[in-house]
Design a protein around this ligand. Structure first.
Ligand code: SF4
Length: 267
C-alpha cells in the first residue's frame, strides 16, 4: 500500500508522497513492447478470452490472463473511487498494482475518503493523476466554473489529457466499464487495443450488472463510496454529478441536463 502523485500537484491538496505518476511508476519498470507487439497480444487475448461470446471469460480469468502475459509493473488500474471492486479484483492476481486516480480537484469528500480507504486496505499503489493546471489556474485562464460552460474542454484538461500522459509507461490498463451502464458501452469488449493511448485496454467486469458489482464488494468486504447508497450509482466530479431516482438510468446524473454523457476516457 503506497501512493504517488503526477507531475503538477494541486495547491493545498498534496498528499505525503509526491513522486510523479510517470517517474514514480518508471522506477524498475521493464521496457514496454512495441505497439505492434501489444496489438497482436490484444488480439490473442480477445480470442483466448472469448470476448463477446456467450461463454466469455470471467473477471478473475481475464485478470489471470493479463497476469500471465504482462509484467505487474506494466499494468495499471483506472479507478473513479465509486468502489474498490476493480482494484481488489486486479490486486488478487497482480499485488502492488498501480491504481490511477484522476485527482481533478473537483471530487466529493466521500470520493477522497474512498481513495484513502483503498490505499489503506488494498495491496495497491495509488497514483494521483493531476491536471497540468490547478482549479485556480484554470479559473484564471478560462474563467470560473468552466465545467458549466464547456464541460468537454474541462474534462479534456482535467481527465483525458492527464490520463493519456499517465498511461504512457504501461502496457495494459484496466477499467471498470460495464456494458449495462449506457448504450455507448453496450459493446464493450473484455480486451482491445486502445489506439488513442497506445496500450492494451482491459475491461474485466464488462458483463457485470450493478448488483454483481455490489455483490462482489460485499463478498470481499471492499470499500464502496458512501454516495452509492445515497442515490449516486455513477460518481464523477461533484459539480457534474447529481443523484438519480431508483430505476432511472444510472448515468443520468452525470452532466444532467446536458447532451454530454461521457467524459471522453472511454469513447
Ligand atoms: S466532470 Fe465536470 S468538473 Fe470534472 S473534469 Fe469533467 S467537466 Fe470538469
Amino acid at each position: 500500500m503506497s501512493t504517488a502523485t503526477s507531475p503538477v500537484p494541486e495547491r493545498g491538496a498534496q498528499r505525503p508522497s509526491s513522486r510523479s505518476a510517470r517517474s514514480g511508476s518508471d522506477e524498475g519498470r521493464p521496457a514496454r513492447r512495441s505497439l505492434d507487439e501489444l496489438r497482436a497480444l490484444a488480439e490473442r487475448g480477445a480470442a483466448e478470452l472469448r470476448s463477446g461470446s456467450a461463454d466469455e471469460a470471467s473477471p478473475a480469468e481475464v485478470v489471470a490472463w493479463v497476469a500471465a502475459n504482462v509484467s505487474p509493473r506494466l499494468a495499471a488500474v483506472a479507478c473513479s473511487m465509486a468502489d474498490a471492486a476493480l482494484p481488489h479484483l486486479v490486486a488478487e492476481a497482480l499485488p502492488g498494482v498501480d491504481v490511477l486516480f484522476l485527482d481533478t480537484g473537483y471530487h466529493f469528500l466521500e470520493t477522497t475518503f474512498t481513495r484513502d480507504e483503498v490505499a489503506r486496505t488494498l495491496d495497491v499503489r495509488i497514483v494521483d493523476v493531476k491536471p497540468a493546471q490547478t482549479v485556480r489556474e484554470q479559473d484564471a485562464e478560462f474563467g470560473k466554473d468552466l465545467f458549466s460552460r464547456d464541460p468537454a474542454l474541462c474534462c479534456e484538461m482535467r481527465k483525458v489529457a492527464p490520463l493519456h500522459q499517465a498511461l504512457g509507461g504501461y502496457e495494459v490498463w484496466f477499467t471498470g466499464v460495464r456494458r449495462e451502464e449506457a448504450p455507448t458501452r453496450a459493446n464493450t469488449p473484455l480486451i482491445t487495443f486502445d489506439e488513442r493511448n497506445g496500450l492494451i485496454k482491459v475491461n474485466p467486469v464488462a458483463a457485470w450488472s450493478f448488483d454483481d458489482l455490489i455483490a462482489y464488494a460485499t463478498a470481499h468486504d471492499v470499500v464502496v463510496n458512501p454516495l452509492v447508497a445515497n442515490g449516486y450509482p455513477s460518481i464523477g466530479c461533484a459539480p457534474c454529478t447529481k443523484p438519480v431516482a431508483a430505476g432511472e438510468d444510472p448515468r443520468s446524473g452525470r452532466w444532467a441536463g446536458l447532451a454530454k454523457t461521457e467524459c471522453g476516457l472511454h469513447v
